[in-house]
Structure formats: C-alpha cells, structure tokens
Design a protein around this ligand. Structure first.
Ligand code: NAD
Ligand code: IPM
Ligand code: MN
Length: 359
C-alpha cells in the first residue's frame, strides 16, 4: 500500500522523535511492502521563524492532501512572549479545530522493565493498561470570550451536548472492545458543563448495558490514578482535565516520553503525536525518548491505514527492546543500557526487520 503522511516535526525534540517514528515506519514499509511518502510541513515556532505564522496555509493544505498527520511537538521559551494568536500552541490548536479532531486517545501501559523507575511501587503500577479518551476541540481551550487585560481575565468553559455525546459514545464503543469499564471524569459538584456532561453520559450508557460505568470527580481521580491506576480501563473526560490527567498518568510507566496519542475526526482521519511537548531542557542532545512518537506511528498504522499486523510488529519490537534492557537517559535505577534517541530507534528498526510477527 502507498500512503502519504504529512510530517509536522515542530520544535525542540519534535524533530528528533519524528525522525525516529519515520525511520521505524520506513522499516515497516520495507518489511511489509508498503511505501510511506513523507510530506514535510511547518508548524509552531519553527513556522513562525520561517513563515511568520504558527500554522501557514501551506501546512494545512499539505495535511488535507495526506492520508494522516504525524506530529512531533511545538513550543518553547523563544516564542512564549508572542501575542496569543501567534503562539506556537495556537498553531496546534487551530490544526486540531480545522480538522475536527475531537477525540484524543492516550493509552498508558506499564512496561515491566521500566517499573522500577516509576515513583509508584512496582505492585501498584504493574499491569496498568488504560486509555484516556480526551475531548479535544471544545471546553476552555476554545470557549469565547477569552481575553485578559490589566484588571481581569476570562476563559470560557463551553460545551454543546453534541460535542459531549460524540466523545462519550466513542469511549463506550472502545470499552466494549476492552475490559468494558468507563470512568467518566468531571467536576459536577461545581461546574455546569460537568452537570450536562453527566446527563449525557447517563443517556449514552443506556445504549451500552454490558459496559460498566462510573462518574468520578477530577480531584479524587487525580489521587486514584496514583493509588490504584490498574483499576481503570477507559477514562473519558473533557479537554483540560484530560490534558492534565494524562501527563500525571505518564509517571505510571516511568516517563512522559513513552506516551503516544491519536487525535481523530468522526470519519477516522487523524493526527498522531506523542503526548509530551518540545522538552526544551533536553532538545538537541539526542537523548529524548522516541518511543512515544514511535508508538504513535503504530497507532497510525492500525487506525489510519488498517495495518494491524504492522502495528503489532512495531509494538512488539518496542516491548522486546525494553525487555532487552535498553532505555533512554530519563529512566533512573532500572539497570540495563542507556541509549541515545537514534541508537534506541535503530534497535526498534532491527527488530522490525528481523523478527517473526503474528497477526
Ligand atoms: P514537556 O512535555 O516538553 O516536558 C516536560 C518534562 O518531560 C521535561 O523535563 C522534559 O525533558 C521531559 N520529557 C518530555 N518528553 C520527553 C521525552 N520524549 N524523553 C525524555 N524526556 C521527556 O513539557 P513542558 O516543558 O511543560 O513544555 C515545553 C513546551 O512544549 C511548551 O512550550 C509547551 O507549550 C509545549 N508542549 C507542546 C505539546 C505538543 O506539541 N503537543 C505538548 C505539551 C507541551
Ligand atoms: C498537549 C499539549 C497541548 C494541549 C498544548 C501545547 C496546547 O499540552 O497536546 O497535551 O494542552 O492540548
Ligand atoms: Mn499536554
């Protein structure tokens, strides 16, 4: 199969980790006779520097003409003083809005060899296999009015019923294929938007009698993610809660650099990116963990292109490399061998080229 992928590497470690993901998908192409055409586009600070806008029209066009989008990360201190419409983050938000990427999947898995580096006790983190279903195009990120002046500041938390229903239904469908449990996270003891959220969850749940569900408040969920993360299967929540809780959950598997994501439109078109940001503190050193980006590539193979055995091969290669004791510098106290970004990527590539895989 031939597929065209728009690659928006962005800023900081974005370039390093998208290079890693492309190298792995190219290996998949060689092994399984596919061809990936990489179409590079500017986004974020890089786009500001080169084209004067965080998301140039040409980038949008390249994405529209592609079968999927692979993104690295955007942002950094260099652009933090830019006016809000020109911030790198605005480029990413506009991209999500333009393509109506309303459902953001963020799976979190505990890998055995990395458990020792998690601040959680091994027996707490062990066996965690959960997925966040985060609403991505509504809520505080997009509500109007939104402004600040010297005297006051306003952000608006707005949700329409249909925006909630779309993402909640997706979560229940997903739970049906998994361990049949949905935890819906809100702040219904305070927020009106959360009270509507709960009503919608009740209605949708009625269509899924075999899926168990619970309503949880976001504050105690933050606690439970640390005390009993293995109790979660599918967690569905609004935009900002999902942003915060997913970074929190990354400590379960020992590093933010491990988490992949997929942001999907109703027809299945999607953007694939690691959950982490541009990590200015480690950018340019070839030490960033590329596995979140590589696993985002696996999600792209499965979800965008229907290439399940290819996605399985990538995930198996990542597991094998970790089991062999390889990791990157941010994992402390796990023994094994610390590799650079490019060396770890090479290990994954070797396994894809040489290992047997099942469907
Ligand atoms: P960050 O995710 O960039 O980094 C947080 C911490 O995690 C840092 O210590 C960093 O070194 C570490 N880290 C992140 N990814 C890693 C990886 N792959 N390997 C090893 N360590 C990794 O968050 P931040 O520092 O709060 O934000 C930096 C910039 O990134 C900001 O401008 C922010 O707006 C932007 N950001 C962008 C995205 C995105 O593009 N989707 C996501 C989050 C933050
Ligand atoms: C993420 C990021 C973005 C978000 C920022 C950079 C706009 O933190 O993808 O998680 O808050 O959604
Ligand atoms: Mn985030």
């Amino acid at each position: 199969m031939k597929k065209r992928v728009a690659v928006l590497a962005g800023d900081g470690i974005g370039k390093e980790v998208t290079n890693a993901a492309m190298a792995v998908l190219d290996a998949v192409g060689r092994r399984f006779q596919h061809e990936f055409e990489w179409v590079h586009g500017l986004l974020g600070g890089d786009a500001l520097d080169q084209a004067g806008h965080p998301i140039p029209e040409e980038t949008v066009k390249k994405c529209e003409e592609s079968d999927a989008i692979l993104l690295g990360a955007i942002g950094g201190p260099k652009w933090d003083h830019y006016p809000k419409e020109l911030r790198p983050e605005k480029g990413l938000l506009q991209l999500r809005k333009h393509f109506e990427l309303s459902v953001n999947l963020r799976p979190v898995q505990a890998y055995k060899t990395l458990l020792a580096s998690s601040p959680l006790k091994e027996e707490v983190a062990e066996g965690v296999d959960l997925v966040f279903v985060r609403e991505l195009t509504g809520g505080l990120y997009f509500g109007e009015p939104s402004y600040h002046n010297d005297e006051e500041a306003v952000d608006t938390l707005h949700y329409k019923r249909e925006e909630i229903e779309r993402v909640v239904r997706f979560a229940f469908e997903m739970a049906k294929q998994r361990r049949k449990k949905v935890s819906s996270v809100d702040k219904a003891n305070v927020l009106e938007s959360s009270r509507l959220w709960r009503e919608v969850v009740e209605e949708v749940a009625a269509d899924f009698p075999d899926v168990e569900y619970e309503h949880m408040l976001v504050d105690s969920t933050a606690m439970k993610l640390i005390t009993s993360p293995a109790s979660f299967d599918v967690i569905v929540t609004e935009n900002m809660f999902g942003d915060i809780l997913s970074d929190e959950a990354s400590v379960i598997c020992g590093s933010l650099g491990m988490l992949p994501s997929a942001s999907l439109r109703a027809d299945g078109f999607g953007l694939y990116e690691p959950v982490h940001g541009s990590a200015p503190d480690i950018a340019g050193q070839n030490i960033a963990n590329p596995l979140g980006a590589i696993l985002s590539g696996a999600m792209m193979l499965r979800t965008a292109f229907g290439m399940s055995k290819e996605a399985n091969a990538v995930e198996a290669a990542v597991r094998t490399v970790l089991e062999e004791g390889y990791s990157t510098a941010e994992f402390k106290g796990i023994g094994g061998t610390v590799l650079s970004t490019t060396e770890l990527t090479e290990k994954v590539v070797d396994h894809i080229e040489n290992e047997q895989v099942s469907d």
